[in-house]
Design a binder for this molecule. Structure first.
Ligand code: MN
Length: 292
């Protein structure tokens, strides 16, 4: 769908603070992935805790999926660019995530879920982003939504940039999900070579892009494929201007930092060690993920 586009409003663009390659790792029952946002960046990119990029046409890299495992204290956002994955959780939700769809799961006080590929071959590609919850929301009831690609708000700029608004807002188009405290923006941006895309961002919000096809430039500096660029929180900047030096695809992610202590133990992210011990005890005793 195409919406009327207001004049871009970025007068001073952020620059690139740092490029990040990520770490090859595996998770679940042996799914190969690139952990782009690693634990050492959790404070710098608060409220985001993790970004995994997965992409392979080798079934051995993904076929085992993610059998039953718990989460507490944050939200997971899975964007499936290509492939099919079935989600089931202890709150009774089930959803097939496929070809451009998004699953947004707020673990809150706890879910146990599985994420299992529904294909024996072909390409599986996408992202999983972890978004922290404020201390006042970590023990809320779980929440779940999935969106097929045609349920996600999309628009095209006059210069041909196609944008999917997963969260937050862009060019007056409201995304599928909004969150009051962390105010996340999550865009998938497809840019033809030579095009330009502007996104307004409050200077205090932490922001990054990850390029998954082609190459872009920000402030004259190149961001090659499979790189994250952390955007500087320049006080006078009111957004970011991205120029495509080739046909390019990227995600743009931004949010308001929580500025709270972060204590992570695997799939649990809380504010104190005591809360982690409680999560482990609740999981051990079957209290995590039980229906209210
Ligand atoms: Mn999970």
């Amino acid at each position: 769908m195409t919406h009327p586009i207001s004049t871009p409003a970025v007068t001073v663009s952020r620059t690139i603070e740092r490029l990040v390659t990520g770490q090859a790792t595996s998770d679940g029952a042996g799914v190969k992935l690139n952990r782009v946002l690693t634990q050492n960046l959790q404070h710098r990119l608060d409220p985001f805790l993790m970004l995994d990029a997965f992409g392979s046409d080798q079934p051995d890299d993904y076929i085992a999926g993610f059998p039953d495992h718990p989460h507490r204290g944050f939200e997971t956002v899975t964007y499936m660019i290509a492939g099919r994955m079935l989600h089931r959780d202890s709150a009774g939700n089930e959803g097939l995530l496929q070809n451009g769809g998004v699953q947004w799961m707020t673990a809150g006080q706890g879910v146990i879920h599985s994420e299992i590929p529904q294909q024996a071959d072909g390409v599986m590609e996408g992202f999983q982003l972890w978004l922290n919850l404020h201390s006042s929301e970590k023990m809320n009831a779980p929440w779940y939504r999935d969106f097929q690609n045609d349920q996600l708000p999309q628009f095209k700029t006059p210069s041909g940039v196609a944008v999917t608004v997963i969260a937050g807002a862009s060019h007056d188009v409201q995304g599928a999900v909004t969150r009051e405290i962390t105010q996340p923006v999550y865009l998938d941006v497809h840019m033809p070579e030579g095009s330009r895309f502007e996104q307004t961002l409050p200077a205090g919000h932490n922001a990054f892009i990850y390029v998954y096809r082609g190459e872009v430039r920000i402030g004259g500096q190149a961001v090659p494929v499979q790189r994250m660029a952390i955007l500087a929180n320049t006080p006078q900047a009111d957004g970011v201007v991205i120029e495509a030096s080739a046909d390019a695809k990227l995600i743009l992610v931004a949010g308001k930092p929580l500025k709270e202590p972060i204590v992570q133990y695997g799939p649990f992210v809380m504010n104190t060690k005591e809360e982690i011990y409680q999560a482990l005890a609740d999981f051990r005793d079957g209290r995590l993920g039980e229906k209210a």
